[in-house]
Design a protein around this ligand. Structure first.
Ligand SMILES: [Zn+2]
Length: 314
């Protein structure tokens, strides 16, 4: 994708607990991107800056406002030197973000807002919205099909964005995701300065075979997740859920086993944990039982995990 197609303007609102608490994201870098619209037809990016800079009577904010003329970050999003901070763009009591991503959106995601309606040229705003979401996916190596929920998807009982804003220009969320995916794939292939070690420009990796990802989840990760849930260890359960999400992403499949446009490099820590927690013990048990076939299988599985994380085989 073209890394400098549009400028990103950074003009931050004052720190204040109800809008910009000044806290770093729990995940360090953004883990997913929530697609919003402002729900305020005709109001552009600058007017949202003024609104949130003055807001004192309720908790609300988002990182980035995009209209037909500019992309404006009003809270640091981590796209430049300033590390990403929390913003209040999805209710904490909503649980779908935790279920899908292992975190509350406010603690882990960027809130990206499409300005629309009134005198705002929809096509120009939409192009910038698509490009910015693709830029974020490139920077943090996220598949748009997995990591861009709409606010409505996270909170369907209360919210209709960004589907509603897209509809004002005759677009759907599905088209948005397809356009982001296409933009990401445009040559030149990702020239974005990278924000973390999982960036695709770091050393090569070999995607995990889909059947191996499914087998590892079924044999090890899902039972560990179920046990953590049964004993009310919520952080543990969320951890295992994320592990399963990452294994599927490393195999380039979604939760139903449907193939995605690309696989994502596995985090080194995920590969190391899988090996330390399950595959090494399986190898030792097989060796002790004289089962050379099972030992070889555990060894081969460990190496596929290493390759998926860009680590050398052992
Ligand atoms: Zn929203």
């Amino acid at each position: 994708m073209q890394a400098n197609k549009y400028p990103i303007e950074r003009r931050y609102i004052a720190k204040r607990p109800n809008t910009r608490p000044g806290l770093r994201l729990t995940t360090g870098t953004p883990a997913f991107f929530v697609a919003h619209d402002t729900g305020n037809p005709g109001a552009d990016a600058d007017s949202h800056y003024r609104y949130f800079n003055a807001l004192t009577d309720r908790s609300a904010s988002a990182h980035t406002f995009i209209d037909d003329k500019k992309i404006l970050e009003i809270i640091p999003a981590g796209t430049d030197k300033d590390p990403a901070e929390k913003a209040w763009h999805v209710l904490y009591k909503v649980t779908s973000d935790n279920e899908h991503f292992g975190y509350n959106a406010n603690d882990a995601a960027l809130g990206v807002e499409l300005c629309y309606g009134g005198n705002i040229d929809f096509e120009e705003a939409y192009k910038r919205f698509v490009w910015y979401l693709a830029y974020c996916c490139a920077r943090w190596n996220k598949d748009p099909r997995l990591f861009i929920p709409s606010h409505k998807q996270l909170d369907p009982a209360r919210k209709i964005d960004c589907d509603n804003g897209l509809k004002s220009g005759g677009r759907t969320l599905k088209e948005l995701i397809a356009d982001v995916t296409a933009t990401l794939a445009e040559p030149p292939l990702i020239q974005v300065p990278h924000g973390d070690s999982s960036n695709p420009t770091s050393p090569a990796f070999t995607p995990l075979p889909a059947d191996l990802a499914q087998a590892l989840i079924g044999e090890y990760v899902r039972p560990a997740w179920a046990a953590a849930r049964a004993s009310h260890q919520q952080p543990e359960a969320e951890h295992f859920h994320r592990l399963a999400v990452n294994l599927r992403a490393a195999a380039g499949i979604d939760e139903r086993g449907v193939r995605l446009p690309q696989a994502v490099k596995l985090h080194k820590s995920n590969a190391q944990e899988m090996i330390f927690r399950w595959l090494s013990p399986a190898w030792y048990r097989a060796q002790a039982a004289g089962d050379t076939k099972a030992a070889a299988s555990a060894h081969a599985r460990a190496n596929r995990l290493r390759l998926a994380a860009g680590l050398p085989e052992q």
